[in-house]
Design a binder for this molecule. Structure first.
Ligand code: HEM
Length: 483
């Protein structure tokens, strides 16, 4: 900000910022006190709607660098050369809490990365978990209602959480993951990130591949126990946000090694799991990770509201060489985010400094709307035109996907080894004895708060189907707590 006197919004000098204008000493306040009215009115409008999920978060800028050749798989320009660097902005978040909620809670963490590429912004809007609770976007609003505040009590209710999870057995894998040690990361720096969904990469020759993204923390995984988190959440609700900012301020830049699992398109139909089912991982023995990049965060935002609260990420923001898969959850998300941005930040949200392309410019024929900044000046606002306006490339960003059958409200295809419990059981059996004990204690702590026996029994039964030992221990732990 330039030096000089305090001014009104219109730039006129302010004579007194302590006393409002009155009719005589001790008399009523005058409407002509423009400064007073302007300050009160502006203050009333400081908030925009918080994100309906992932409201609580922190962000930072950084750099992504290519470390290995992936051009046989994708023609994305920002991945075209080893050594190439691209600016990124990353927003971490929790899911269920409101804007002022504590960071140290058991909840998935959002891991949303914006790559400012020369072909436009590529957003990878992932989590710190490789899977999710549900596999069809039509269930998302119901699911989130159970995680948020109950319409009557105004609090999160164990009844709602466990009623929904127990009635949605496909959630068993993610619920097991969430109640394990990684369910409460010690900080945003000490956790991995995942694209979670399957996405499409396609190369110059037009060949397509299915990929899953992995971001492995170079800081090492560090978690909090339920007891540690309870204390930290009370003592320092901003713990994760503060940790990230302070690490960057002291030059201790967090980084992640970035990779993809790659599945040739021809293998998808016969793979043992449905590769587009977000409740499943692709075991690394089936598809190893190809490490191809390094991402470092090295610059804090200067203004949290402008750069973090107003930042927008959309799974529909692709660049040439990268596209969606037919994952039903992802397909729903392709609509939901842009819609949320238009409501939450406004139709010109893409024009804000944090959101607009940094390595190219957006050339559209869209115009006007609230807070339009006139960036297009006098350029024609239609196409085709004879005035040298921007025009289409005739090349799709991604390759077409073969489909068969008729339309209908269909269940996703079930592959040979698919069911709702197999990978939850595998995860349980991978755990050490100590990890299993903490997992069971964490789950029992939640389930034991449920008021109805039928919900408790149904919840336990899902884990029993994942692994009989898992179910037996959980039943005993819940019984011990419920008395
Ligand atoms: C059909 C399922 C889903 C729907 C409809 C949905 C919808 C939304 C909406 C409306 C927002 C708020 C966006 C905003 O106001 O800017 C949001 C935020 C977010 N979602 Fe989802 N979501 C879904 C599933 C997922 C999944 C599976 C992941 C991760 C793999 C995910 C990760 C995130 C993240 C990281 C944010 C915060 C982005 C930011 O930092 O601004 N969501 N979601």
């Amino acid at each position: 900000m330039t030096q000089g006197p305090l001014t009104t919004e219109a730039g006129a000098p302010v004579s007194d910022n302590q006393n409002s204008e009155t009719a005589g000493v001790g008399g009523p306040v005058l409407v002509q006190d423009q400064l007073l009215l302007e300050k009160l009115a502006h203050f009333n409008r400081e908030r925009i709607p918080e994100r309906v999920v992932h409201a609580r978060g922190a962000g930072a800028y950084g750099t992504f660098k290519v470390t290995a050749d992936v051009t046989p798989y994708t023609r994305a320009a920002f991945l075209s050369e080893v050594g190439k660097e691209t600016e990124v902005f990353l927003r971490f978040s929790t899911v269920a809490g409101n804007l002022g909620a504590a960071d140290a809670v058991r909840d998935p963490r959002g891991f949303a990365v914006k790559f400012y590429t020369e072909e436009g912004n590529y957003d990878l809007v992932g989590n710190n978990t490789p899977v999710f609770f549900i596999k069809d976007a039509i269930k998302f609003p119901d699911f989130i209602h159970t995680q948020k505040r109950d319409p009557y009590t105004g609090s999160q209710e164990a009844d709602n959480v466990w009623d929904f999870w127990s009635l949605s057995p496909e959630s068993t894998h993610q619920v097991t993951w969430l109640h394990g040690d990684r369910g409460i990361p010690a900080s945003y720096r000490h956790m991995d990130g995942f694209g979670s969904h399957t996405y499409q990469w396609n190369n110059e020759a037009g060949e397509a591949f299915w990929v899953k993204y992995h971001f492995k923390t170079d800081q090492g995984i560090k978690n909090l126990t339920a007891e540690e988190a309870e204390i930290l959440a009370g003592k320092d609700p901003d713990s994760h946000q503060r940790d990230l900012r302070e690490a960057i301020e002291r030059g201790d830049y967090p980084s992640w090694t970035v990779g993809v699992q790659i599945m040739p398109v021809a293998e998808a139909a016969t793979y043992r799991f449905n590769p587009f089912d977000l409740t499943k991982v692709w075991p690394h023995a089936d598809y190893p990770i190809h490490w191809f990049g390094k991402m470092e965060l090295n610059r804090n935002p200067e203004n949290i509201f402008a750069e973090v609260e107003q930042s927008i990420f959309s799974p529909a923001h692709f660049v040439p060489g990268i596209g969606p898969s037919p994952d039903k959850m992802l397909q729903g998300r392709l609509f939901a985010y842009g819609d949320a941005h238009r409501y939450r930040v406004g139709i010109n949200a893409d024009h804000l400094p944090v959101n607009r392309p940094h390595a190219t410019e957006a050339r559209t024929h869209s115009r006007d709307g609230y807070l339009y900044d006139g960036r297009h000046k006098g350029a024609k606002n239609y196409e085709p035109n004879s005035f040298g306006g921007p025009h289409q490339t005739d090349r799709a960003l991604w390759q077409p996907v073969a489909v068969t059958g008729v339309t209908g409200e269909t269940v996703a295809p079930v592959h040979t080894e698919d069911n709702d419990f197999v990978q939850a059981g595998n995860l349980y059996r991978l755990m050490t004895e100590d990890e299993k004990e903490r997992l069971v204690a964490n789950l029992a702590g939640g389930i034991s708060q449920v008021s109805r026996e039928d919900i408790v029994e149904r919840a336990i039964n899902n884990f029993r189907q994942a692994d009989p030992d898992f179910g037996k221990r959980l039943e005993a732990a819940v019984q011990a707590l419920r008395g």
